[in-house]
Ligand binder design. Structure first.
Ligand SMILES: C[C@](O)(CO)[C@H](O)COP(=O)(O)OP(=O)(O)OC[C@H]1O[C@@H](n2ccc(N)nc2=O)[C@H](O)[C@@H]1O
Ligand SMILES: Nc1ncnc2c1ncn2[C@@H]1O[C@H](COP(=O)(O)OP(=O)(O)OP(=O)(O)O)[C@@H](O)[C@H]1O
Length: 312
């Protein structure tokens, strides 16, 4: 092939999903301030995309869906995507620069790990763009440095999380699709603030977090109803104490036909597990009529993955 026909790929897009904690058991804080967790993560089809293009200097842009508060995302060095680029640069001892464009579908500070999804997507995208050939082990290590939820965003699927949430073991369980209605709030909640409120409300929390055994058994059956009965979140009580309207919302969605409603992670997003796609659409419609944003999504879905072929 003549040299003039050889084109250098101009960019690629990596997509990463939101997460929901099917079980979130939280223990008393460790000496480093983090809380020991036993959690069961699942990924859902609500995504952020990270597009990277070759560039001589670092730049970061953002486009956001209507239900996402774009103003709440910093575009300076404090963006977790910039931190991901710095971490890759340190590992490979070279500058990691690119033009990066985040397209956000995951609400900000919503308990759905949107920033973590961006970090995981950026690690994969920048690694590919710059041919860094980072090993999976190193990617997971960098992910854990960036945040407790970031390793799971690389895996997707269903997984057990231990440690502070960063030790992820993929679960080989029934992959029947689960149907969710996701109801974000217009204002986010700070994850550290919700953990601090957990400490204030539960001064005698046991060192060991509550076991995920019931959710794990229910997942094996593939029954959404069995799973609904076992959903559990230790951060729900502090999140509702900070935002009492979340309790009302949960009751409203359950009355509208959801099998169960629960606060997602540190909140304030509430997620409703439904029996089918039709039931999810019905619950979403009922909540939309009362003025809520209600998104229908299913899962589990893949973790961070390339979605667009290189553009030329
Ligand atoms: C609530 C969850 O989303 C459940 O999966 C996660 O535990 C939060 O994970 P994340 O946002 O990736 O959290 P990180 O960025 O690692 O930590 C942010 C802050 O949350 C608190 N934090 C987080 C994880 C953990 N196991 N214990 C904590 O106390 C700490 O105050 C920490 O400074
Ligand atoms: N790329 C990013 N996307 C969203 N927020 C970011 C990003 N980079 C930095 N941030 C900051 O991180 C904070 C938390 O955002 P994020 O959306 O990850 O919260 P979350 O979904 O509650 O996370 P988690 O469920 O992991 O606790 C935001 O308020 C924002 O200031």
């Amino acid at each position: 092939m003549p040299e003039s026909f050889r084109r250098v790929p101009a960019g690629l897009t990596v997509r990463a999903p939101a997460k929901i904690n099917l079980h979130l058991g939280v223990g008393a804080p460790r000496p480093d301030g983090f809380h020991p967790l036993e959690t069961v993560y699942t990924s859902v089809g609500l995504y952020d995309d990270v597009l990277v293009r070759p560039a001589a200097a670092w730049s970061l842009g953002l486009t956001a869906a209507d239900h996402v508060d774009a103003d709440a995302v910093p575009l300076d060095d404090t963006n977790i995507v910039a931190a991901a680029a710095r971490a890759l640069g340190i590992l490979h001892d070279r500058p990691v620069v690119a033009h990066v464009e985040i397209t956000k579908g995951i609400p900000v500070a919503g308990g759905l790990a949107g920033g973590s999804a961006d970090a995981a997507a950026a690690l994969v995208a920048l690694d590919r763009l710059l041919d860094l050939e980072t090993s999976d082990e190193d990617l997971l290590h960098l992910a854990a440095q960036l945040g407790s939820d970031v390793p799971f965003a690389l895996y997707g699927g269903h997984a057990l999380g231990t440690g502070r949430g960063e030790v992820v073991t993929p679960l080989d369980v029934n992959d029947e699709p689960l149907w969710w209605v996701i109801v974000p709030s217009s204002e986010g909640l700070s994850t550290p603030a919700v953990y601090r409120h957990f400490d204030a409300l539960s001064p005698d929390a046991p060192a060991e977090p509550r076991s995920a055994e019931h959710v794990l058994k229910a997942l094996e059956t593939g029954s959404a109803l069995a799973l609904a009965r076992t959903l559990f979140n230790d951060l729900q009580a502090p999140a509702i104490d900070l935002r009492p309207e979340l309790g009302t919302l949960i009751a409203q969605g359950e009355e509208a036909g959801a099998l169960r409603g629960i606060v997602s992670g540190s909140g304030p997003t509430v997620v409703f597990l439904c029996g089918s796609a039709d039931e999810a659409r019905g619950v979403a419609g009922a909540l939309q009529e009362t003025g809520h944003t209600a998104l229908v999504a299913n899962g589990p879905v893949a973790g961070a993955h390339v979605v667009a072929p290189p553009t030329f």
